[in-house]
Structures are given as structure tokens and as C-alpha cells.
Design a protein around this ligand. Sequence first.
Ligand SMILES: Nc1nc2c(ncn2[C@@H]2O[C@H](COP(=O)(O)OP(=O)(O)O)[C@@H](O)[C@H]2O)c(=O)[nH]1
Ligand SMILES: [Mg+2]
Length: 198
Amino acid sequence: MAEEYLNTHNASILLSAANQSHYPKDNLPEVALAGRSNVGKSSFINTLLGRKNLARTSSKPGKTQLLNFYNIDDKLRFVDVPGYGYAKVSKKERARWGKMIEEYLVTRENLRMVVSLIDFRHEPSSDDKQMYEFLKYYDISVIVVATKADKVPRGKWNKHESIIKNSIGFDASDAFLIFSSVERIGIDEAWDTILENI
Ligand SMILES: Nc1nc2c(ncn2[C@@H]2O[C@H](COP(=O)(O)OP(=O)(O)O)[C@@H](O)[C@H]2O)c(=O)[nH]1
Ligand SMILES: [Mg+2]
């Protein structure tokens, strides 16, 4: 259980950063969360930390444009990466956003793993596939978290898991986890996998 290692409720937003010069300057391990807007990233963070509203959740996608660093009990940080696949941004804004994410993922020595969130209900988008390919290319360890599992009947879980894995070219050495913030499915597994990898 995560609670034996850290107090998961002792969490707060530390800072928001647009580039390297704003990142925290220490050696704490970081776990980054990536996924398209509205996939359930903020809900995942809130659920793991047992908080209602630490990471903002909204049905209006594309709001967060900075990297948000959350301090968890001074032992670990979550880094919320702004959601991709948001159509209503300009080319220029998209390019800035891409650079910001790439800079963090490629250069950050504190980074231990990326939680890649993908909607369990649908086929992965081309952005989902590109993100996973990118992470594999840079040899970053990944947990694929399939979100909103409460919206998929249990009898279809295996089928949906296969579709996602085939579609992204899932690497069997990564972890795959079925998750729901609403029904609180997969929380302990998520913590166990994260703590094994930092
Ligand atoms: N049914 C269901 N809805 C969820 C779940 N997680 C998030 N949502 C909803 O999906 C929407 C987007 O969630 P949010 O966490 O803000 O996504 P983000 O944009 O990736 O940070 C919100 O309306 C949430 O209430 C889940 O596990 N099940
Ligand atoms: Mg969010």
C-alpha cells in the first residue's frame, strides 16, 4: 500500500512552469501524466491523492497550458502535462505547447515514468499513438492507464484492452491498468506501479 511509504493526502500544488528555468531544482522523483484533454487526467490526480479539487477538473478541455508540479509528501511529484489534441488552439500555440512538453520529457532527469492516459471507451486517437511512440523512442517507462472504465461493461473490458494495446503497439514490459475515478477502480494498482518505478 502506498500509505506505508508516503502520506498521499499530504499534497499541494508546488508551481507551474513554462520551461526548464522554472522547474524545481532538486532530485525528487517525478511522475508525469499525459493524455488528451478531457481524458480524466485531473480526476486521476485527485483520486490518487484522495482530494476533490487539487487538480482542476472541468468538462471544458484545453485550459491548462503550463506544466503543473504537485508535491506529494516531499517524496514525489506529479507533473500534470497539458492535454493534447485540443483542436481550438492556433498553430503557434500548438508549437509552443509541443516544445514545452518535449523539453520536459526529453531533458528532465527527475522523470521516472509517464502515466499515459487513454480513454477506455474509444480507439486511441492519433495523438495517443504518437505520444506512446514518442515515449518509447526516448526509452521512458510508461504506465498506460485506461480511464472511465465505469463507462465500459465488464464483459467488454478484454476486447477494449486488446484494441488499445494493438492500436498503440503496446510494449509488454510496460504496465497497463484499467481505471475509474467515478467507481474508484485501479487506485491501489496505480500507486503500486508508480512506487515500484520510482
Ligand atoms: N464516467 C467517468 N467520467 C470521468 C472519469 N474521470 C473523469 N471523468 C469526467 O471527464 C471529464 C474530464 O475530466 P478531467 O479530469 O477534467 O480531464 P482532463 O482534461 O484530462 O484533466 C469530467 O467531466 C470528469 O468528470 C471517470 O473515471 N469516469
Ligand atoms: Mg485537467
